[in-house]
Design a protein around this ligand. Structure first.
Ligand code: G1P
Length: 285
């Protein structure tokens, strides 16, 4: 079976946030590499504006490669080559109006056809020994059911997410979900398990999305469609235990850059020293 993955791209500041660099790599590159590590071969990128910048990023750049080779900048050369030597097929489609995540995913219907597929949101970076996308595919191989990644978040933050009402635990880290609710009020949330940016869905979701009425914020919500799907076939929630970085807001973007900078061999030492010195200085104030 071949897996297909899509992602929704929106605008962050003046440029798509997927084009924001984390140390020396663009956010979209991390996402595409996660897909590749999970064995995905065909990727459809659903974009809004600024599609060209993303397409250009994955194009080869022979002049730059020659320059880097001539000046022995091997590290940079490798980074540049990694972008184009992905060995996967990239396709693009456009969401003309920002009508919601459900609407963005519906645009992939003919691309996906009758196969299960993975959705990866472009503003969530995940870090774990086995990638989260692979974890979802492994669950699917056992259950053949749609599986949504969730994570426990602080209770006061639940209204920023889709939230599940977990039913029985099927086995470790897998729940048979009772209900999916998009951005509930904090006092109405059925749990602290938030939907994070990775979904494995069966193609029946498209019949539901076709008729889906606007929900929260007047947008076509994927969470609402998943809740309907859950009434006709099993939908599971897989609890993710790795790290998640939300690049989609200013604070999250800064934290992500610091965390990745601390792990990067070229920036680790200097950044660590700087943070320690800065912390001492800030403590004095
Ligand atoms: C979207 C989904 C939401 C999910 C979140 C994860 O919300 O609608 O269910 O919890 O992504 O990042 P958005 O970030 O578009 O507000």
């Amino acid at each position: 079976m071949s897996y297909i993955h899509l992602m929704r791209i929106r605008i962050f500041f003046l440029r798509p946030k997927e084009m924001l660099p984390i140390v020396d790599k663009l956010t979209i590159q991390f996402i595409v590499e996660e897909a590749k590590a999970a064995g995905i071969e065909d990727i459809l990128i659903v974009t809004g504006k600024n599609k060209r910048a993303i397409e250009n990023h994955f194009d080869s750049n022979p002049e730059l490669e020659q320059d880097l080779e001539a000046t022995s900048k091997t590290q940079l050369l490798k980074l540049t080559q990694d972008i184009t030597n992905l060995g996967i097929n990239l396709y693009y489609t456009r969401q003309p109006h920002p009508a919601g995540l459900g609407d963005a995913i519906y645009r992939a219907r003919s691309f996906v056809g009758e196969e299960p597929f993975v959705v990866m949101l472009g503003d969530d970076l995940m870090k774990d020994k086995v990638t989260l996308t692979k974890q979802l595919i492994d669950e699917y191989d056992k259950t053949h059911a749609s599986t949504i990644a969730v994570m426990k978040v602080p209770h006061e933050e639940v209204s920023k997410y889709g939230v599940i009402d977990p039913g029985d635990m099927l086995h470790k880290d897998l729940y048979n979900v009772k209900k999916f609710v998009e951005k509930p009020a904090v006092d109405k949330a059925p749990s602290d398990f938030a939907i994070i940016g990775r979904y494995l869905l069966t193609p029946e979701i498209f019949d539901i999305l076709e008729k889906q009425k606007p929900g929260r914020g007047g947008e076509i919500q994927l969470t609402d469609a998943i809740d309907t799907l859950n009434q006709t076939q099993r939908v599971f929630a897989h609890v993710y235990k790795g790290q998640r970085f939300d690049v989609g807001n200013k604070e999250g973007y800064l934290e992500t850059s610091i965390q990745y900078g601390l792990r990067h061999p070229e920036t680790h030492d200097a950044l660590r020293k700087y943070i320690i010195e800065l912390a001492h200085e800030l403590e004095k104030k």
